[in-house]
Design a protein around this ligand. Structure first.
Ligand code: ADP
Length: 865
């Protein structure tokens, strides 16, 4: 915005404030509106569809003050930070300009306001810092207190970062300036994510000593002991910097952040950004919505806490068998206890978001309705525990010994429960039925909770009755039967005595006014009553506020217990959701082990099946074995079949069943033996990545390179139509070379679908040809969607063309050309020699070089018959 000497004082004030909030949208309060000017006005009017006007040629738009929250919510969704500038105080004497200042900056990653948050999703703010040896990463959900950090070695920092941004759906990030300046690939990864707020932070703020001190302040001495061991870990610098950033941005203490979890990629299954999207774990590929995602099929949760946890589990499948088994055990208990399951679902359905409530309590932001919700959450908690107790007695199932996972949930014990029940009773007595969301208007505390407050209420509500009672007393005492209490603005309350009664006036009556018809008096008692009645309302507001704050403090003293209960409920809800989905989908409990094989009998695609009529989905087996000692077992299945045969569905179903098993869910199959995968890759279809300005084929090759450079023998690799994006010859050559690399170098479990039927000639002891059956009946092709051994006979392209109504003449010509081509072809049997070197071992440090062309030649031996 250009500066203009002719600015009004108000505009000059605006420009001054805006200068300090350059990256934010400035909501500038003008009377009943928040106005935006210049670039802000142009951007916001377009984003929110507001009318753009001009004032002295300066673009402006505005939103009414009372409706601002809904506009703010929409701007946050667009990845904007909003600075709220209010009128503070009155205009100074002799001047017309009201003082204004920014009282709050609302940003997508720091807000804890329920209205601005998505109930079922975590809300992450992250921090990035480039240390010498690694890229340090930390993230926090301020609305729940979840706080984690990790570091990524520079060699794969880029893809790890992209993976984390996608996995966590980061809303806002704080980045060291030097990192953005020096590492263009990191800057690019951030730029490409739409709707993420990027805060550049001076490099000196990322200092290990400073961060250590900040972390120490947050976590105290227990952490200091850990810190001693980890002093140089760069992720701690990022974590400490993140807390320091929050000190400034959130402007409130955050005692609910009680733990920092340091994680490494070895705990979770690595699923890169592209594979996550291709598998449609949380969102579909069409419009990015929840429909037709794996999450939708699994989601039978009843609480926001459960939904967030389920989402986290879908996004982070595990490698640790004992953890997976614990989760499966819990699902199993509910799966077999359908009666308890449905009672529990009924109770959880009424459970408010305990976790976010306790965060708001911790930050001193909980209002009256929040405290009422807390009370309701606590009574739902009580009912949950009663239901589990009851079920334990009647069903004799393992409800009492359910194995929880998070430290918080495990710590939810009898003592914590009793403390929370005591709090529930206090809240039942203390918080009124329809509390206000403000602290300044009373309507917070229930009658009967505090004697002083009750007296004040009586005074305010029964002022008239009190006056009448006092009047009656004075009538008795003085014997003046027609004594009256009256009120006017000048005198307030007064006694009025007629002329003929003046002789009966007692000495403590103080004369205020003489009239022809009589006289007006007051008494000390009447004056006191008057000021009590008038002051009662103010006192009520003050006292209710203090009582409310004391209740909030009492709740705050139980933050640990509340967090334990919230995690307990989240895990219960997630388990019941998976049990419910398993029952509805007729899924089974998988066996999970460390063998490098997978054997799924009659597996089904959970999402496709859920969207077809019952019984319409055709199940298929998925059998792969990459154990080195099983020298003849098929580790690599080449899947052929024409378009529409069901190849993509089959491939994805393999990856989804593995992910479901490793997240601790039952799976759609008759039986499933799952050997844990360390990484799951899914390269499906040739989708353009227009945002990155790369061609289809380049994207395809980038993703292929990423897989070949990082997969290990423990991975599951799924590739669909690799090489489709280029000409037939080089496409086929690339598809073959990639297959060979997977078979000879990586030696992992792989499913490779192709429409290059020539590839079916590949021979390797660990390769098997399978196809999706297509039959011809009366000149029509029928897709059986059944997997059979052996390659597909032909591609049926001409049949499909016929189905589509392509003219006969064209079809005949195409058939003739096919025949000619077939006669000209020399059938080739391709033998892939096996390599003698060991397979790539799963290791975090693993980063094999891309295959060199000489390697390719070495193992390729084309033998023409
Ligand atoms: P391809 O990858 O071979 O072109 P798709 O996997 O896209 O084929 O499947 C084509 C259609 O067939 C999809 O609409 C899908 O819903 C349906 N389909 C695939 N597999 C099955 C199955 N096993 N049972 C029933 N329908 C299926």
């Amino acid at each position: 915005m250009k500066t203009d000497d002719a600015d009004s004082p108000m505009l000059a004030q605006y420009r001054r404030i805006k200068k300090e909030h350059q990256g934010d949208v400035l909501f500038f309060r003008l009377g009943d509106f928040y106005e935006m000017f210049a670039e802000d006005a142009l951007e916001v009017s377009a984003l929110l569809n507001l009318t753009l006007t001009r004032r002295n040629d300066l673009p402006m738009c505005g939103v009414p003050y009372h409706a601002a929250r809904s506009y703010i919510a929409r701007l946050l969704k667009c990845g904007k930070k909003i600075a709220i500038c209010e009128q503070v105080g009155e205009a100074a004497k002799g001047k017309t300009l009201i003082e204004r200042e920014v009282i709050e900056v609302i940003s997508p990653g720091t807000t804890v306001d329920e209205e601005y948050l998505d109930r079922g999703s975590a809300n992450y703010l992250a921090c990035l810092f480039g240390a010498e040896q690694a890229l340090a990463f930390a993230y926090i959900d301020l609305s729940t207190g979840e706080f984690c950090a990790a570091s990524f070695p520079w060699k794969d920092a880029d893809s790890r970062l992209r993976q984390e941004l996608e996995r966590l759906d980061i809303k806002e990030i704080v980045v060291a300036e030097a990192l953005l300046r020096e590492k263009t690939s990191i800057a690019r990864a951030l730029d490409e994510r739409r709707g993420i707020v990027i805060n550049r932070w001076a490099d000196w703020l990322f200092d290990s000593e400073r961060s250590a001190a900040r972390l120490h302040r947050q976590f105290g001495n227990t952490f200091a002991a850990e810190l001693g061991k980890l002093r140089l870990a760069p992720e701690l610098t990022a974590a400490g910097a993140l807390l320091s950033y929050l000190d400034e941005a959130a402007k409130s203490r955050i005692p609910h952040v009680r733990r920092l979890t340091l994680y490494s990629e070895n705990e979770l299954v690595w699923i890169d950004e592209a594979s996550r999207r291709n598998l449609e774990l949380l969102r579909n590929l069409q419009d990015g919505g929840f429909h037709f995602s794996l999450l939708e099929t699994l989601d039978e949760t009843k609480t926001a806490m459960g939904r967030r946890l389920l989402k986290r589990r879908v996004a982070h499948p595990l490698r640790d068998i004992s953890k997976i088994e614990k989760r499966l055990n819990m699902v199993d208990v509910f799966y077999h206890g359908q009666k308890t399951l449905s009672s529990l679902r009924g109770i959880l359905g009424g459970m408010p978001d305990f976790e976010r409530l306790s965060s708001r309590i911790a930050m001193g932001r909980a209002h009256g309705k929040d405290m009422l919700s807390l009370k309701n959450a606590l009574s739902s908690l009580e009912k949950c525990c009663q239901t589990l107790d009851e079920a334990q007695k009647t069903e004799n199932r393992a409800y009492k010994t359910l194995q929880f996972e998070s430290e918080d949930a495990i710590s939810f014990n009898k003592t914590a429960f009793s403390c929370l029940m005591a709090l529930k009773e206090t809240l039942e007595k203390g918080i009124c039925d329809e509390p206000s969301v403000l602290l300044t208007e009373g309507k917070l505390i229930r009658p009967g909770f505090n004697a002083e407050l009750d007296a004040l209420h009586e005074l305010r509500d029964n002022g008239r009755a009190l006056l009448e009672k006092y009047l009656e007393e004075e009538r008795q005492k003085t014997g003046i039967s027609n004594l009256k209490i009256r009120y006017n603005r000048l005198l307030g309350y007064y006694f009025e005595v007629a002329v003929n009664q003046l002789s009966k006036i007692p000495p403590y009556f103080i004369k205020r006014q003489g009239l022809v018809s009589g006289e007006r008096f007051t008494t000390d008692r009447l004056a006191a009553l008057e000021s009590e009645i008038n002051g009662a309302s103010d006192k009520i507001v003050e006292l209710e506020k203090n009582l409310f704050l004391a209740l909030r403090e009492e709740a705050k003293s139980l933050l640990g217990e509340m967090s334990a209960a919230a995690n307990f409920i989240a895990e219960l809800d997630t388990a019941q959701s998976l049990a419910r989905a398993a029952a509805a989908g007729v899924w089974i409990r998988p066996t999970v082990d460390n063998l490098n094989r997978v054997k799924i009998i009659e597996g089904r695609h959970p999402v496709v099946e859920a969207n077809l009529a019952r019984g319409e989905f055709i199940p298929n087996d998925i059998i792969l074995d990459a154990r080195p000692e099983k020298t003849d077992a098929a580790a690599f299945a080449l899947i052929t079949g024409p378009n529409m045969a069901g190849k993509s569905t089959y491939l994805r179903q393999a990856a989804l069943i593995m992910i479901m098993a490793q997240m601790g869910s039952f799976v759609p199959a008759r039986t499933a033996e799952i050997g844990i995968a360390d990484r799951i890759y899914c390269r499906v279809g040739a989708s353009d990545n227009l945002a990155r300005g790369e061609s289809t084929f380049l994207t395809e090759m980038l993703e292929t390179a990423a897989i070949l450079n990082s997969a290990t023998s423990r991975s599951l690799v799924i590739m669909d139509e690799v090489g489709r994006g280029t000409g037939t010859r080089d496409g086929l050559a690339i598809a073959q070379a990639v297959s060979e690399y997977l078979l000879n170098v990586i030696r992992c479990r792989a499913l490779f679908a192709t429409h290059y039927h020539e590839l079916a000639a590949l021979k390797h002891p660990r390769l098997v040809n399978r196809s999706l059956l297509v039959e011809e009946s009366d000149g029509e092709i029928v897709f059986r969607r059944r997997l059979v051994e052996g390659a597909a006979a032909e591609s049926y392209g001409i049949h499909v063309a016929r189905l589509a109504g392509v003219p006969k003449e064209v079809l005949l010509r195409a058939e003739q050309l096919m025949l000619e081509a077939k006669c000209a072809e020399k059938p080739a049997d391709i033998v892939v020699k096996q390599r003698k070197t060991p397979a790539k071992q799963p290791s975090a440090k693993d980063s094999p070089a891309a295959p060199s062309s000489s390697q390719g030649e070495l193992f390729l031996d084309l033998q023409a018959d």
